[in-house]
Design a protein. Structure first.
Length: 316
């Protein structure tokens, strides 16, 4: 560096999807409604067909959060990437807003594959799925059932199963209380049309569906400041959410699979268990770093995306 020359600016600590690239808006049918998505394309490719990856994010997430970050970064590495709002969230359809349903989300991923397979710029035989946090489990639902999934990756996956659910929600009594609340909320919705919601995340309010350290969602400079996101959880979601069981799907996943995780991510023992159960070619990238850093932390995202891109380049 020449004497007196200014040092290059340090990269931001946290990434934002809106600052990483321009996305094309898309919308396609899913179930009895539709899914809204952002399409990220590489800028340095010609008119040929590209491998494509569908990207989903955390519980309650929208496409402008971690899914958009990973999709934009994959596009920089040569993939067409689709960040989606699952039904009931963001700009997608769905009557019961903020309703969490793993089976519905899995169907939305298949609908996204339908959409990608119909694009002229996509190689329909080269489709993959990437999930961060909750979607790191949801993608296993789809990969286990949809043969069009040629490769799958889970980053900081929330890889739950009913066997451990009581330990996460106050024991058997806590699970039963939430299930009862879900049934009461569903009855209220049927009778009045009112969708009862609670906070999804909070660092102090114990009435939130997921209380505790939640810096990503509490920080308006990070995920909490994404205007399209709502910090709400539909109470009637408790029954399908508590039954979330991606671990049971792993043995049916024969497509090449990648698990990126750390001891400080959610449920590390579950990640190891899920990896062991995967039936096809597989790779485990065990690293360091706290869970939320894999959402938008510059260093952890770069590390994860590089590994994910290598996986998809090899497998698609």
């Amino acid at each position: 560096m020449a004497c007196g020359a200014a040092a290059p600016p340090a990269p931001p600590r946290y990434l934002s999807a809106r600052e990483l690239g321009t996305a094309e808006s898309a919308r396609f049918p899913a179930g009895d409604s539709f899914v809204a998505a952002h399409v990220y394309r590489p800028t340095d490719v010609g008119s040929g067909q590209l491998p494509a990856v569908v990207v989903g994010g955390s519980l309650t997430a929208v496409k402008e959060q971690m899914g958009g970050i990973y999709a934009a970064e994959l596009a920089r590495r040569g993939f067409l990437a689709l960040s989606i709002d699952y039904r009931n969230y963001g700009a997608s359809g769905g009557q019961v807003r903020q309703f969490e349903d793993p089976e519905s989300k899995s169907a939305d991923l298949s609908a996204a594959l339908d959409y990608l397979g119909g694009r002229d710029d996509v190689a329909s035989e080269r489709l993959g799925l990437l999930g961060i946090c909750t979607s790191g489990g949801t993608v296993l639902y789809t990969a286990a059932a949809d043969p069009r999934v040629r490769a799958v990756a889970s980053v900081a996956g929330h890889l739950a199963e009913p066997e451990i659910t009581p330990s996460l929600y106050g024991g058997a009594d806590g699970v039963a209380a939430r299930q009862a609340a879900a049934r009461a909320a569903a009855q209220r919705y049927r009778q009045t049309g009112e969708n009862q919601t609670i906070l999804a995340y909070h660092d102090q309010d114990q009435s939130a569906s997921h209380p505790g350290p939640n810096e990503y969602y509490m920080d308006t400079g990070r995920g909490g400041g994404v205007s399209q996101w709502r910090n709400e959880f539909a109470v009637m979601s408790w029954e399908p959410w508590l039954a979330f069981d991606p671990v049971s799907k792993a043995a049916a996943v024969t497509a090449p699979a990648l698990v990126v995780h750390s001891d400080d991510c959610a449920l590390p023992d579950q990640a190891r268990k899920t990896y062991d159960l995967l039936a096809g070619p597989k790779n485990l990238h065990w690293t360091e770093g706290p869970h939320f850093e894999f959402y938008d932390g510059t260093g952890k995202v770069a590390e994860a995306v590089d590994i994910v891109a290598e996986h998809f380049a090899r497998s698609l």
